[in-house]
Design a protein around this ligand. Sequence first.
Ligand SMILES: NC(=O)c1ccc[n+]([C@@H]2O[C@H](COP(=O)([O-])OP(=O)(O)OC[C@H]3O[C@@H](n4cnc5c(N)ncnc54)[C@H](OP(=O)(O)O)[C@@H]3O)[C@@H](O)[C@H]2O)c1
Length: 293
Amino acid sequence: MVTPEANLSPFDANMAIDAGWEHCLAYNNLELAEISGLTQDAIFSRGPKGVRRTGMFVGGRDQFLAMDMLDAARRSMVPPFEISVFADPSGAFTTAAGMIACVEDSLSRVEEEGLANRKVLVFGGTGPVGSVCGTLASRAGADVSIVSHESLTKANEVAQQCNERFGTNLEGADGSNDGKIHTLLADAEVVFGAAKAGIQVLNAGHLQYAARLLVACDVNAVPPEGIEGVGVTSSSEPLEARSGCARAIGALAVGNVKYKAQQALLKQMLTTETPVYLHFDHALEAARGNAGS
Ligand SMILES: NC(=O)c1ccc[n+]([C@@H]2O[C@H](COP(=O)([O-])OP(=O)(O)OC[C@H]3O[C@@H](n4cnc5c(N)ncnc54)[C@H](OP(=O)(O)O)[C@@H]3O)[C@@H](O)[C@H]2O)c1
């Protein structure tokens, strides 16, 4: 389990052990240039038959660096000495996948089409969870704005980085004051909340401006609610903080799908005959199979 951070996430170590991996060794404070040597050190240790008993998990906090590390590991394989690799930095890939899958499920329950052509806002969209959520929504055909409470410049930078790396069509948006938030909400059909834990990004007053809102999904589990009225256990119930037919999806509903998706991908690495290289697209596929169940 490799990470550029000082510590491996205990959450990820527990998830891997619960998925059936017997030993999880942490390689911390890594730089991208170290991945190739480390990968080759791992693959040659058990012979061509035993090599499948090893896998690599890429953690950290940076979605772009994690994808670079996944790619570097993949390019370092020497078939038949090849192992599976799964990137999920800060849980962002599986959490964002859970958010998208839960919202798609909620839309389908009221006979609405999926995310294609929807107006989507991602508050906290400059963080790892929010930017990957925006990436997946854009790849599903939505018209997505990454909202920053700090500045339009910051939002545009992250949107552009995702567009260059992941072929998305994200735009940045300025959420630095109430007036700007009201204007953004006027068009929004789906709102995601992925701001720092314990921060409320939208209150009931803001939500009155969201006349077209169909679903609000927030993943902050630390009070206060990231989006007022979206309780942690909300699972497509009516959004109380706003009159109308909008639905609410909270952190535990998303977390349940995220958990199942991460477990499924960790198990896939253990059981696959052919090495797999897993990231947010695979997380979304796994999450879609678990949302609403
Ligand atoms: N339910 C689950 O399964 C699950 C799993 C993993 C993570 N999470 C949650 O997902 C959320 C996002 O995680 P993350 O690691 O991506 O978050 P993060 O990096 O800590 O923060 C995300 C963004 O929040 C914004 N923010 C920071 N301070 C703010 C403030 N005072 N007011 C408004 N916005 C502020 C920042 O964007 P701007 O400054 O640009 O606005 C920042 O980029 C967290 O709440 C985390 O706990 C949930």
